[in-house]
Design a protein around this ligand. Structure first.
Ligand SMILES: *[C@@H]1O[C@H](CO)[C@@H](O)[C@H](O)[C@H]1NC(C)=O
Length: 521
C-alpha cells in the first residue's frame, strides 16, 4: 500500500470510529416489568460497551454501569408487579390483563413526565443521534422523543401487540397471523378466528380511545406541540422485534421490522452445590419446571399440583421445580425445589431433558437456545401465541391449563422425551443460532443505521395508504360503476331495438292499454 493510501485508510477509520463513538443515544423505557427490561438491558449495555454515549430512562438503574452508561432512574415511582398473576387462563383473566395493560400504560406515562430528572433533560435538550423506545402499552415516550427531534427506533421484548400492525403496515389477518393473547397460532379454527377478531378490535379500541388518548392529554399538560401519538408511531424508523422465524414461523414484515430474538441469553455456568449433585446423579435425566417470575407456582390450585406430583411418580426422571414454599411432600431423591434457580445453567445441562413452562418469551428463548424440548402451558400475555409457536416449530407441545391432568401431562412429557423429538429440537436450536449476523450485532447495526440516515424513511407504503385504498374499495367502485353503466346501456339499447320489433309484432299488454287510450281520445 502506498503511504498516501495508508494515510487515507487510517484517517477514514478514525473518522468512522469517531463517528460511532460520538453517537449519543437515549433509551426511554416507561414500563416497569422486569421481564421486558432483561432483554433491553443487554442491548443498552452493549451499545455503551462499544463506546456509544448511552442515557437510559428506566425503572432499572444499573448496579455496575459500563463507562458511558448514564441512568435516569424511575425506580420506586410505581409499584412492582412481580408475582401477581393467578395460575389460570380464561376470558376473565384476559379481561383483567387488558385492564392491567391499559392502566399501567396510563400510569407509566404520568410517572415518567412527573420526574424532575426527565423534565430537566428535556429542558437541557441535548442532541441525541437516535432514541430507542419500548413499544408496548404506551406511546408516551414517543412524545418525549419528539422533543429531541431525533430518529426513533422501537424495541420489543416479545411479538407485536394488536395495535402495532397498522402503524408499521404489517398485514394483520386473523386467518394466519397468530394473535398475541389467544390460542390458535397460524392455523386457527373458525372459533379462534371469530374470537381473535373480537379481541383484536377490543384491544385496539382500548389502546386508541383510553391509553393513547390519556397519554396525549398527559403530554399536553407539559408541552403544547406534541403531534398525535399514532402519527409519531408511524415515524418510527425501525422496530426491533425479539423473536426469529425459526420459532415464530415466516411472517410478513416490511424491511424496517427486524427480528433480533435471542441475544439476552447468557453463557451457562456449571451448576453448583446440592443442585449439581441432584442433576448429575439423575440416572434418567431431569425435567425442569418453572412458571417464571410473574406467576407463582404456589398460587396453583392444590388439585393441579397433585396431578403434577402424580405424573412425577410415573416417570423415571428426576424433577427440578421453581417453587416458592417448602410444603411439597415428595421424596428428596425425586424432586428438588427452590424459590430461585439458575434457569439458564439448568437448561444448558446435558441431563436436562424437558422444560415445563408458562411459555414466557424469556424462558422460551433460553430453551430454544440450549435445545431443550418444552411442554408449554400458557397463562396470559403473549404466552398463548408463544405456546402455539413452540408446537408449530417442533420445539415442544402445548398443554392448556384447562387440560392439565395426570394423563395429558404424562402424554406431553412422553412425547417430548422421545429421542427422535429431542433430535429434532437439537436441529431447531442449531438453525436458530445459524444467522448471517448475531442478533445483538443486528440490533446495534440497524439502530446506528437509523442514526446515520436521519432523513430517510424506511416505512412501507402500506402504512400510509388510507384504509379504503388498502382494501381497494375505490378500485372496486370504479369497476362496479363501469359494469353497471355497460349493463344499463346494453339494456336500454336492447329495449330500444327489440322494443320496436315488439310494438310491430305481438299485442302486448302495454300496447293494448295504449290502443284503448288512443280510442278514448
Ligand atoms: C453523554 O451523556 C451524558 C448524559 O446524558 C451527558 O451529560 C454527556 O454530555 C454526554 N457526553 C457526550 C460526549 O455527548
Amino acid at each position: 500500500m502506498k503511504p498516501s493510501a495508508l494515510i487515507v485508510t487510517l484517517l477514514s477509520l478514525l473518522v468512522l470510529t469517531d463517528y460511532a463513538c460520538s453517537l449519543n443515544i437515549l433509551g426511554i423505557f416507561p414500563y416497569h416489568g422486569k421481564s421486558h427490561f432483561i432483554v433491553f438491558r443487554v442491548f443498552l449495555r452493549e451499545l455503551a460497551k462499544r463506546g456509544r454515549n448511552v442515557t437510559v430512562i428506566s425503572h432499572f438503574p444499573e448496579q455496575d454501569p459500563p463507562k458511558n452508561y448514564h441512568d435516569i432512574s424511575l425506580a420506586g415511582s410505581i409499584k412492582a408487579i412481580e408475582g401477581e398473576a393467578p395460575f389460570e387462563s380464561s376470558y376473565f383473566t384476559l379481561f383483567l390483563g387488558s385492564l392491567y395493560l391499559a392502566t399501567t400504560g396510563v400510569d407509566n406515562c404520568k410517572v415518567l413526565l412527573a420526574d424532575d430528572k426527565v423534565q430537566r433533560l428535556i429542558k437541557e435538550n441535548p442532541k441525541f443521534d437516535v432514541i430507542v423506545v419500548e413499544q408496548f402499552n404506551s406511546d408516551c415516550a414517543l412524545g418525549i422523543a419528539y422533543k429531541f427531534q431525533a430518529p426513533v427506533v422501537g424495541i420489543m421484548s416479545h411479538i407485536l401487540m394488536p395495535y402495532h400492525y397498522e402503524r408499521l403496515g404489517v398485514p394483520y389477518n386473523p386467518a394466519y397471523v397468530p394473535f398475541h393473547f389467544l390460542e390458535g397460532g397460524t392455523k386457527p379454527s373458525l372459533y379462534h378466528r371469530v374470537e381473535r377478531t373480537i379481541f383484536d378490535f377490543y384491544f385496539r379500541m382500548l389502546n386508541r380511545y383510553y391509553t393513547q388518548r390519556s397519554n396525549q392529554n398527559t403530554l399536553a399538560q407539559y408541552f403544547d406541540d406534541i403531534p398525535p401519538l399514532e402519527e409519531l408511531g408511524r415515524e418510527i424508523k425501525f422496530l426491533l422485534l425479539y423473536h426469529n422465524f425459526i420459532l415464530t414461523g415466516s411472517r410478513l414484515f416490511p424491511s424496517n421490522v427486524i427480528e433480533v430474538g435471542g441475544f439476552h441469553v447468557v453463557d451457562a455456568k456449571p451448576l453448583t452445590g446440592d443442585l449439581k449433585k441432584f442433576v448429575e446423579e439423575a440416572e434418567h435425566g431431569v425435567i425442569y419446571i418453572s412458571f417464571g417470575s410473574i406467576v407463582k407456582a404456589s398460587t396453583m390450585p392444590a388439585e393441579k399440583v397433585q396431578e403434577v406430583l402424580n405424573v412425577m411418580k410415573r416417570l423415571p426422571q428426576r424433577f427440578v421445580w421453581k417453587w416458592e414454599d417448602k410444603t411439597l411432600m415428595v421424596d428428596k431423591d425425586k424432586l428438588y425445589t427452590n424459590s430461585w434457580l439458575p434457569q439458564v445453567d439448568i437448561l444448558a445441562h446435558p441431563k436436562t431433558l424437558a422444560f415445563l413452562s408458562h411459555a414466557g418469551n424469556g424462558g422460551t428463548t433460553e430453551a430454544i437456545h440450549y435445545g431443550v424440548p418444552m411442554v408449554a402451558m400458557p397463562v396470559g400475555g403473549d404466552q398463548p401465541a408463544n405456546a402455539a409457536a413452540i408446537e408449530e416449530s417442533d420445539l415442544g407441545v402445548q398443554l392448556q391449563i384447562r387440560d392439565l391432568n395426570e394423563e395429558n401431562l404424562l402424554n406431553a412429557f412422553r412425547k417430548v422425551l422421545d429421542p427422535k423429538f429431542r433430535q429434532r429440537v437439537k436441529e431447531v436450536s442449531k438453525a436458530w443460532h445459524d444467522r448471517p449476523l448475531p442478533p445483538l450485532d443486528t440490533a446495534v447495526y440497524w439502530t446506528e443505521f437509523a442514526a446515520k440516515y436521519p432523513n430517510f424513511n424506511f416505512r412501507t407504503a402500506a402504512a400510509d395508504v388510507p384504509f379504503y385504498q388498502y382494501i381497494n374499495l375505490d378500485v372496486a367502485a370504479v369497476f362496479i360503476t363501469i359494469i353497471s353503466i355497460i349493463f344499463i346501456v346494453l339494456r336500454s339499447a336492447l329495449k330500444i331495438c327489440c322494443g320496436r320489433k315488439e310494438s310491430k309484432g305481438k299485442n302486448t299488454k302495454s300496447n293494448k292499454v295504449e290502443k284503448k287510450k288512443a280510442k278514448r281520445a
